[in-house]
Design a protein around this ligand. Structure first.
Ligand code: PLP
Length: 389
């Protein structure tokens, strides 16, 4: 009997048996250029030698001891994250969803400890995505994610992405604990929040003492050409969620916070059996050591410029299929005129993998290690896709 695996997405008729760099291969040897990178997870591509080495070494020494004990790989990764970010404190999770859950709890606990237990409301934005847990869907608030799942968890105010006036009014309320936002919306259709808006958000948070929570699960870890996307705006959040790219393919996430925002969290306040597991953290350290290198990030920016330029050409050549390129770094979206899911499917025949997103966009989230030659091949394959639409 063939078991039914509950699908997260409707599945493509593809089964990959191996991967290397920016390529995925089916059992019969057919190769695909992977411009999805496991939805921004495989930041360094498939089977990167440094990650394989880190994983192998850790697998030969220790797999799991639980968070009852000190874990050297976890400490090393926390040190690396603190060295390269605004944060003083790191709490490890297994996923982005779990990190978002904790961030919400952390913000509310902060105000509870400050003697303002009713300050629990979190401002979020339309089109946002913070995972599919009960708090995650309540935070996003979209009917697509919430319908049929009973009453929504209370405590979230949804505003239009970038609606400054509504935000200014809402932030003045005395029950606002935090503002939670993705610097670049991923699932929402690759929608970057302009730097000026991020700065404005920071100012607003400072004015009202509100905590600023940035969800960098998809846009972090070098994807935009900075280690974290908010660095482009020159601001720092109070709390930040990281996942996807940090594990390089292993289930790993983290909540990073400054000392003040994390002050309510002590041993036992929140927990995770596997969060910060030694195998995941060993891989995470190898990812961080490569991605945080300024020379690596400079290359990401150069390649992003090349890909963007070629995509602009693609859009100009196929106005019936594509409308515009948008995004930041190697987190790019093609706004489509044809139906985005049809374009993604047509890519299967041309050996190129992209990811659909809201707003009729296809996402291009290639491994940050993609070569110039592969960028050329990728756009040539997308050109062939457009010709067949
Ligand atoms: N937050 C953002 C911005 C995401 O893009 C995602 C996943 O796509 C999540 C949270 C949830 O992460 P995970 O799927 O690892 O639970």
């Amino acid at each position: 009997m063939i078991a039914s695996v509950l699908p997260t997405y409707s599945r493509a008729p593809l089964t990959f048996t191996s991967g290397s760099g920016a390529w995925l291969t089916e059992a019969d040897g057919r190769r695909f250029l992977d411009l999805g990178a496991g939805i921004a997870v495989n930041a360094l591509g498939h089977a990167h030698p440094a990650l394989v080495a880190a994983l192998t070494a850790q697998a030969q020494s220790l797999w799991h001891v639980s968070n009852l004990y000190h874990i050297p790989a976890q400490q090393k990764l926390a040190d690396l994250l603190v060295e390269h970010t605004f944060a003083d404190t790191v709490f490890f999770t297994n996923s982005g969803t779990e990190a978002c859950e904790l961030a919400v709890k952390m913000a509310r606990k902060y105000w509870y400890d400050k003697g303002q237990p009713d300050r629990t409301e979190i401002i979020t934005f339309t089109g946002s995505f913070h995972g599919r847990s009960s708090a995650g869907i309540a935070a996003a608030g979209s009917e697509k994610m919430t319908k049929g799942f009973g009453p929504l968890l209370p405590g979230f105010t949804h505003l239009d992405f970038g609606d400054h006036d509504a935000l200014t009014l809402a932030a003045a309320r005395d029950n606002i604990a935090a503002i939670m936002v993705e610097p670049v919306q991923g699932e929402g259709g690759i929608r970057p929040l302009p730097d000026v808006c991020l700065k404005g958000l920071r100012d607003l948070c400072d004015r009202h003492g509100i905590l600023m929570i940035l969800d960098e699960v998809q846009c972090g870890m070098g994807r935009t050409g900075k280690l974290f996307a908010h660095e482009w705006a020159g601001i720092t959040p109070d709390i930040m969620m990281v996942a996807k790219g940090i594990g390089g393919g292993f289930p790993l996430g983290a909540v990073l916070a400054n000392e003040n925002a994390a002050s309510g969290m002590s041993a036992g306040t929140h927990g995770s059996t596997y969060g910060g597991n030694p195998l995941a953290c060993a891989v995470g350290c190898a990812v961080m050591e490569i991605v945080a290198d300024p020379a690596f990030l400079a290359e990401v920016n150069r390649k992003a410029g090349l890909l963007r330029q070629k995509l602009e050409g693609l859009v100009a050549a196929h106005p019936d299929v594509f409308v515009a390129v948008r995004g930041s770094g190697l987190m790019l979206g093609l706004k489509c005129k044809a139906t985005n899911t049809d374009i993604v499917k047509a890519g299967y025949d041309q050996g190129v993998l992209t990811v659909p997103a809201a707003d009729n966009v296809i996402r291009l989230l290639p491994p940050l290690t993609i070569t110039d030659e592969e960028i050329g091949q990728a756009v040539a394959r997308l050109d062939a896709v457009a010709l067949h639409m």
